[in-house]
Ligand binder design. Sequence first.
Ligand code: PMP
Length: 430
Amino acid sequence: SDEYRIEEGKRSLIHDPVEGDNTKIMLVRARGSHVWDDKGNRYLDCTSQAWSNNLGANDPRVVEAAIAQLREITHARPNFNTRPLLTLTSKLREISPGDLNRIGYALHGSLAVEMAMKLAFKNRPGAQNLIVLQDAYHGRSITTMAASWPHPNNPFLPISPRFTRVPHPDPYRPRLGLDPETDVQLCLSLLEDAIDRGVDGGVAAIMMEPIMGNGGHIVLPHSYLKGVREICDRRGILLIWDEIQSCFGRTGKMFAADFYGIVPDIMTFGKGIGGGFPLAGIFASDKLQKFDSGEDALTFGSFPVAMAAAVATVDAIIGDGLCEKAHALGEYATGRLHEMAGRRKLIGDVRGPGLFVSIELVKDRDSKEPARAAAAEVYRRGVDRGVLFGESRYAGLGNLIKVKPPLDCSMEDMAHALDVLDEVLGSIEA
Ligand code: PMP
C-alpha cells in the first residue's frame, strides 16, 4: 500500500544490532503495530521492540497516564509508597496465578531475575546451587549471563557462580532421536541426578523459562514442566519461572503459568507490562519469607512513571481482551504458516502459542540443518518491503523468524506480514 513507501531494493539494510553503526534504521515515531524512520518509511513491527509492546506502541492511555504521573511525582525511593505503586500491586495481585501474591519491582528483566535468585537463596539458607537449563537466557547482568547458555556474545561464563546446567526436552529435536515423551523422562531423570550432586548445602532453586525465547523458541512440554514441579515439591527445592518473554498475554493467556496450569514459587515478569516504559519484577508465593529491609533496595526500584504506565497497560490488556485477541490472531498466524509450510520447503517447524510465533528455517527437513543465511535474508528482504521480522542471529540456532507483533495488531496487518513472509520465502527459494 502507499503507506509502505519503501521501494523494493531501494533500502539495502545493514542493521547490525551488536556493533552498531550509523546505517541502523533511525526510528522517529511509533503507533500501535507500526514504527516510522527518519525518511518517512513505515514498518510493520513484528518484533514489538523486543516483544515488549504487547499493547501497541504509544497507546494514548499509557502516554496520558505517564504524563499525568510526571506532573505529580517522578521519582520516589522504594521505602515510600506512591499511588501507582499501590494501584499496580493490587491489580497484579488480582491476576497473579495461584498463591503468587507477593510482588517486587525492578526496572528491567535482568534485575528481576537477580531478585528472583536472591529470594530463592534467602528462603533456602545454606544452599549455594541453582539449576538452570541449557539454552537458557536470563539477562545481561554478570550473574544472569552466567545463568544463561553461552550465546556467541557471552564471554562471562568462566566467572559463573554455582550454576548446574541440565538438558531440557526439545519437541522438534529430541535428543538421541528419542520420541518426545522419552526425551522428557530422560531430562527429568538428569535433573534428579543434578540435584543429588548439589554440593554446599544443596540446590536452592531450579530456574527455567517455560517457553524458552532466546534459546530457540522451545516450548517445553507440559509433562516436563509438571514433572519438574513434582520434583521440586518432593525435594524441597523452589521453582522459578522466568516469564519475562511470556508474560502479559503473549501466549494468549495472561501468563504461561495460566497456559500450562502450573504455578511456580517465584515468577519473573518484564517487557510487556510497561507499555514501553521500563518495568519488571517478580511474583512470589505467600509461603516464602520476604526480603528484610535493605536486602533488595534499588534507588529506582519503584519508578512511579513506569508504574502509572503499567497500570494503564494492564487495564488495557484486560479491558481490550488482548489475551483472547492474541490467541485468535496466533491461531490465524500459525494456521497460515502451516499452510505455507506445505509450499515453502525452507520452513522446518511452526511454533506458538498465542502471539509467541516463529518458524524455524531448515536446509532440509530430514536433517533439520539450520538455514541461517536464509533467515538473515528473510529479515533483510522484510525490511525492504516494510516489515520488521524478529531477528534471528542470537536466538537458538540463528534460523528463527519471529512474527510477534503487538497483541492488538489488526488482522489486516497480520495478513500483510504473512503475505510478505510468503513472498520473501518464495523469492529466496527461487
Ligand atoms: N529473561 C528472559 C527470558 C528474557 O527474554 C530477557 C530479555 N530478552 C531477560 C530475562 C532480560 O531482560 P532485560 O533485557 O529487560 O534485562
